[in-house]
Write a protein that binds this ligand. Structure first.
Ligand SMILES: Cc1ncc(COP(=O)(O)O)c(C=O)c1O
Length: 436
């Protein structure tokens, strides 16, 4: 039976039963499901096989993958160091699986803490140069739980508009007053800090070390300086910074030499650390408080042993071999960025560091603008054997669609040259993409 008929039938029955005493039927809760603004676009995209989401990866993640049965160059993965296929990481995951089983089936607080979790927390703290860390089951839960725990309805939280969704969700959940400022605009941050002085509660400034869509680095020295001047604490999401930036790979905070100035740092295992999970690094007292008040930590099952074992081994490899891997990764990002620019494409510039060098990160986004053009470009590249990510509104501002490419340390120049050849072949089909 067609869905519309079933729906009309269900609503009809429900309207009769659901009448209140005044005879006014409540609105259908599912109206948004049947009539949301993206529905037509999604259906059209599906019909034309243009939907860039939920495409099937049919091999392991790596520089070259199999997607939907075809060999594809991968320029859309967060496997920055290429460690998801490293035999040592896979063996560590297998050992953890063998020793502790497939899952712990309970919260960290109760029956979900294995010696692997404890070892990982200790080694992460050494790496981050913090007193302590606490491991969550995902990066998303780390942000949501941390912010919900540390902020309350009387406090104010000041966020960059480019902050990751998990940070915004945590802020909303906390009930704190949210004061957003325009992406990386320090005078706007200062305006919000000034306003927050009269709000009456504690103040937290929350930024990403590296912004996930734009790939640019936060102006952390300024953020820290302003926050101190106005008595605010600082939290940095280092999801795209750990395993990438700084001499030890501890993130943007380390790169800027601000580890002692930032109050809370968050990292994920789902990118450089080749697994799934996340952590908060902070002073011992703060971490102890998280462990008894972060609801996403207390009321959700602990990460499975295999993912904890994999993250621990990836961390040990980073500690031993990190600098060479970071160098290869960032050299690949420079190479691709310059290659895309030489084809006339507009890339989001990563910005400069205080020492005058380019603030390269593994994320190299191409500015497309229009959502449909970005989807069509994505599909043309995909059909030609190149996978990228497409970022559309609301992930980016309206009219700011991006083709987000990201690099791995394990990409060889030959992979990047092949990718650039594909891009060069495809872009003449699209008006207004290049500067000439
Ligand atoms: C900046 C940032 N923070 C947090 C997260 C959430 O991490 P996870 O995917 O590990 O849950 C992501 C993941 O996309 C991210 O990009």
């Amino acid at each position: 039976m067609p869905r519309a008929v079933i729906r009309a039938g269900i609503i009809g029955i429900w309207q009769t039963w659901g009448m209140s005493e005044t005879g006014v039927a409540p609105a259908d809760l599912f109206e948004k499901v049947f009539n949301h603004e993206r529905r037509e676009q999604l259906e059209a995209a599906d019909a034309a096989d243009l939907n860039p989401y939920f495409r099937l990866l049919t091999s392991q993640a790596g520089p070259v993958v199999e997607m939907e049965g075809r060999e594809t160059i991968m320029l859309g993965s967060n496997n920055y160091l290429g460690l998801t296929g490293d035999p040592r990481v896979k063996e560590a995951a297998a050992r953890a699986l063998e020793q502790y089983g497939t899952g712990v089936t309970g919260s960290r607080l109760l029956n979900g803490t294995t010696p692997l979790h404890v070892e990982l927390e200790r080694e992460l703290a050494d790496w981050m140069g913090s007193e302590a860390t606490v491991v969550f089951s995902t990066g998303y839960q780390s942000n949501v739980g941390c912010l919900q725990a540390i902020l309350g309805p009387g406090d104010t939280v000041i966020c960059d508009s480019g902050d990751h969704a998990s940070l915004l969700d945590g802020c909303k959940l906390s009930g704190a007053k949210l004061r957003p400022f325009r992406h990386n605009q320090m005078e706007k941050l200062e305006k919000m800090l000034r306003r927050a002085q009269d709000d009456g509660g504690g103040i937290l400034v929350v930024v990403d070390g590296v912004y996930s869509m734009e790939g640019d680095v936060c102006d952390l020295p300024q953020v820290v300086e302003l926050s101190k001047r106005y008595g605010a604490r600082v939290m940095v999401d280092e999801a795209h910074g750990v395993g990438v930036l700084g001499a030890r790979g501890a993130g943007a905070t380390e790169m800027f030499g601000l580890e002692d100035e930032v109050d809370i740092r968050m990292g994920t295992f789902s990118k450089s650390l080749a697994s799934c999970g996340g952590f908060i690094a902070a002073d011992e007292e703060v971490v102890r408080y998280m462990k008894i008040s972060a609801r996403s930590f207390i009321f959700s099952a602990s990460g499975v042993p295999a993912s904890v074992g994999a993250a621990l081994e990836a961390l040990r490899i980073i500690l031993a071999e990190g600098p060479q891997m970071f160098e290869r990764l960032l050299a690949n990002a420079d190479y691709l960025r310059e290659g895309l620019k030489s084809l006339g494409l507009k890339v989001v510039e990563p910005g400069m560091l205080p020492d005058g060098t380019v603030a390269t990160t593994p994320v190299v986004p191409v500015v497309v603008g229009d959502d449909w053009k970005a989807v069509l470009l994505w599909k043309a590249l995909f059909d030609a054997g190149l996978y990228t990510n497409v970022a559309l509104h609301p992930a980016v501002p309206p009219g700011g669609a991006l083709l987000r490419t990201s690099l791995m340390a394990t990409h060889e120049r030959e992979h990047l040259d092949r990718a650039l050849e594909i891009v060069e072949r495809v872009i003449p089909e699209f008006d207004g993409l290049t500067s000439d």
